[in-house]
Structures are given as structure tokens and as C-alpha cells.
Design a protein around this ligand. Structure first.
Ligand code: SF4
Length: 212
């Protein structure tokens, strides 16, 4: 069984699949407490569902793209099995993780999206550095940036670990903390090869906290 906070169908707001319809499976529980977390409602509440029940709920929607998210999905022992069952059923599976737990447990076919926590989150020390070695060309790193210090930290992480060209890298501003134009200027001034990305779902549905 897995503890599931919500399953919903929406537009993917982040990642290189932004804009595509996607089914989200949000698992309950997180091992971090980021300062600007927007999914606190997923820390505890949820219902226990079997993998079969989850697949049945996902199959209701006219969509072959699925994201397993949280909370922190890798906290649950059955998450790799769920990702494997979804890929075997023909879905493209994205797993969004905070990078603090080993991603190598996931099946090869699942795309790993590592939401790396910058210093303003208060959780940047939790990054498991060995996870950076496990990234493949179709995997993604997402850095959500609140200020110049976050930007410099993220840029240094990418350079020092030679991540450019090894996986897809996206920089997004924390909503209401950093102007998209400022982040764009910093990226261009530095010549860093990352993708600038607004959080699309927050533009489509401003102020809405959950489940769409
Ligand atoms: S890792 Fe994600 S869900 Fe967990 S506290 Fe941070 S932002 Fe919230």
C-alpha cells in the first residue's frame, strides 16, 4: 500500500513537460520542511491505496503522462514499484523528488526530476550528492530561486559538478520573491546554460493551493 494525498488531472506547470496535460499522484509525507513549501497539506493527510487502486484512478483520465510527487515520494518504500507498474502500463512517468534520498531505487524508465533546495529554503544541506552522479540526459534538475544568494549557490553547484549537458536544468523564481526578469538577466550575464521557467500553474490558477 501507499499513502496517497491526492490524485488529480491538470496542466504540468514545471519541468520540460510544462504545458502538457498530466495526471499527478501526490504521495503523503515529507522529510524536509522548506521555508516556502506550498504543499504543507501533503505532510500527513492521505488514504492508503494499493498499486492496483492507484492505477485504476489514473486510468480514469485521458492522459499518458503521470507525475509521482509529494511531499517526498521516495520516503515510501513502494514508490519504485508504483513507478514500475505505471511504466509497464505504458505511461510516461516523472518522479519529482527533493534529492535527499537515493534516486537509484527508481526503475530505469522513470524520469527523475530533482527539485534541488537552495539556501533560502533552509534545507540545502539535505541534498544527497551521490544523486547528482545518477542523473541521465533525460532527467531534470529544478532550482527554485528566491534571491541572488540562491542563484549563486545553484550556479556554483551546476558548475562545480559539471552538470551542464549531463541532464536538463531549469531555474524558476520563487513566486512573489524574485522577478522573472531579474533571474533572466543573471542567467544571460553568466552565460549559464539553463532553462528559465516561470511556474506555469501559478499563472493559470493564481492563489490556488492544491489539486489542479
Ligand atoms: S521537499 Fe517539497 S514538500 Fe517537502 S517541505 Fe520541501 S517543498 Fe515542501
Amino acid at each position: 500500500m501507499l499513502r496517497v494525498n491526492e490524485i488529480f488531472y491538470s496542466i504540468q506547470g514545471e519541468s520540460t513537460r510544462a504545458g502538457l496535460p498530466c495526471v499527478f499522484i501526490r504521495l503523503t509525507g515529507c522529510n524536509l520542511r522548506c521555508a516556502w513549501c506550498d504543499t504543507r497539506y501533503a505532510y500527513e493527510k492521505g488514504e492508503d491505496l494499493s498499486i492496483r487502486q492507484i492505477l485504476e484512478k489514473v486510468a480514469v483520465y485521458p492522459c499518458r503522462l503521470v507525475e509521482i510527487t509529494g511531499g517526498e515520494p521516495l520516503l515510501q518504500e513502494k514508490t519504485p514499484e508504483l513507478a514500475g507498474a505505471l511504466t509497464e502500463a505504458g505511461y510516461t512517468v516523472l518522479v519529482e523528488t527533493n534529492g535527499s534520498l537515493p534516486v537509484a531505487v527508481l526503475p530505469e524508465a522513470a524520469v527523475r526530476i530533482m527539485d534541488i533546495k537552495c539556501p533560502s529554503s533552509g534545507e540545502s544541506e539535505q541534498l544527497l550528492m551521490e544523486n547528482l552522479e545518477a542523473l541521465r540526459p533525460d532527467d531534470e534538475i529544478k532550482c527554485v530561486i528566491a534571491d541572488r544568494m540562491d542563484y549563486e549557490w545553484a550556479a556554483a553547484l551546476i558548475r562545480e559538478n559539471r552538470l551542464e549537458g549531463r541532464c536538463r536544468i531549469l531555474f524558476s523564481p520563487v513566486e512573489s520573491r524574485l522577478m522573472l526578469s531579474d533571474l533572466a538577466s543573471w542567467i544571460l550575464e553568466d552565460g549559464i546554460h539553463v532553462r528559465l521557467q516561470p511556474q506555469l500553474h501559478k499563472t493559470i490558477w493564481p492563489g490556488e493551493e492544491r489539486g489542479r
